[in-house]
Design a protein around this ligand. Structure first.
Ligand code: KG4
Ligand code: ZN
Length: 333
């Protein structure tokens, strides 16, 4: 089944052509980072307008690169939510109209489910059941994944998402938006042991997270060291990153053990973090667990994961209708 995937939930306009939910023929991602960078975060109305400009060229490019004619498409999968409503509507309306014009089925996909299914676009995907840590700009959750469409929530953040913490700390230090990638690179130049920031493990019996205390600790450190902190930025970000990574890796490894799973998946934008990738592999390896992390291109928002997820809905007979709408927030089933 040849599926065109479309993703416009936040600040990336993406389209991809994927066969049978596993083989990527093309994956095009057009980022709006330069547009939002001066504002220190995503401006929803600007995001919608930029999606409007980019959607047709991005879809055309994905089709051209794949060598697939629109008439050869079997279906379209598009992100339905969660995300920015105005941004989602651009991709959703486009997908609805294109599918109608081509006379093919289409399906709205949950963005978070798409991230989890991104591991199936790589070699050696995890067998079911496995435990997945989804860490992105808007979400930080652990799921017990029982099938392509079966997700039980094991734990989630009680305040900020991990990616959000990276973005806020980056903003505090004047490093710009988004913060994950820049902190990842700068942390290599610092020593994570020089400044000790708190790790919030909460109650040991929960797999929930909390990152707002850590964010406040970084803010206090900056306020207390107003005259000197600029020279300490590499140590500050290294210490902050180590605190986030310690908690994420501890919780996901222990969740897998609690659920009796031998396989762990790490997905979402924060899964691109080099220290997290290294630490989870190290800690899981010590417990005899296998870790699956998508390649960098599939960690951030992309449409290949949406096409992969849509495939499993479509083969199960789930399709969307012409009166369906997007949603800004939703839990996984
Ligand atoms: O999944 P994603 O692309 O979009 C959402 O669904 O939110 O995740 C974006 C988030 C941002 O907060 C960004 O700062 C973070 O992922 N991120 C990273 C890295 N690359 C992106 N966080 C830590 N280290 C990275 N290398
Ligand atoms: Zn995402």
């Amino acid at each position: 089944m040849i599926i065109l995937g479309i993703e416009t939930s936040c600040d990336e306009t993406a389209a991809a052509v994927v066969v049978d939910g596993i083989q990527i023929l093309s994956s095009v991602v057009s980022s709006q980072i330069d547009v939002h960078h001066p504002y220190g975060g995503v401006v929803p109305e600007l995001a919608s307008r930029k999606h409007m400009e980019a959607i047709v060229p991005v879809v055309n490019e994905a089709l051209e690169v794949s060598g697939i004619d629109p008439k050869q498409l079997d279906a379209i999968a598009v992100t339905q939510g969660p995300g920015l409503v105005g941004a989602l509507l651009v991709g959703f309306c486009f997908a609805k109209s294109f599918a109608f014009a081509l006379g093919i089925p289409w399906v709205g996909v949950n963005h978070l489910e798409g991230h989890i299914n991104s591991v199936f676009l790589e070699e050696n995907p995890p067998p079911f059941p496995f435990v997945a840590l989804l860490a992105s700009g808007g979400h930080t959750s652990i799921y017990h994944v029982t099938s392509h469409t079966g997700f039980d929530l094991v734990g989630q953040t009680r305040d900020d998402a991990a990616g959000e913490a990276f973005d806020k700390v980056s903003k505090m230090l004047g490093l710009g938006y988004p913060g994950g990638d820049v902190i990842d690179r700068l942390a290599n130049k610092g020593n994570p042991k020089n400044i000790a920031f708190p790790r919030s493990f909460l109650d040991k019996s929960t797999f929930d997270f909390s990152f707002s205390g850590l964010k406040t600790a970084v803010r206090r450190y900056i306020q207390k060291n107003m005259d000197t902190y600029q020279e300490q930025i590499p140590d500050i970000v290294a210490g902050f990153q180590e605190a986030v990574v310690d908690v994420l890796s501890f919780k996901v490894v222990h969740a897998a053990m609690a659920k009796g799973c031998e396989h762990i998946a790490i997905v979402g934008g924060v899964a691109a973090n080099n220290r997290l990738r290294q630490k989870v592999r190290q800690e899981a390896g010590q417990k005899g667990l296998t870790v699956h992390i998508p390649s960098m291109e599939l960690c951030g928002d992309n449409a290949a994961m949406i096409a992969a997820m849509g495939y499993h809905y479509l083969i199960a007979g789930t399709e969307s209708g012409l009166c369906d709408d997007v949603y800004s927030r939703v839990k996984l089933k």
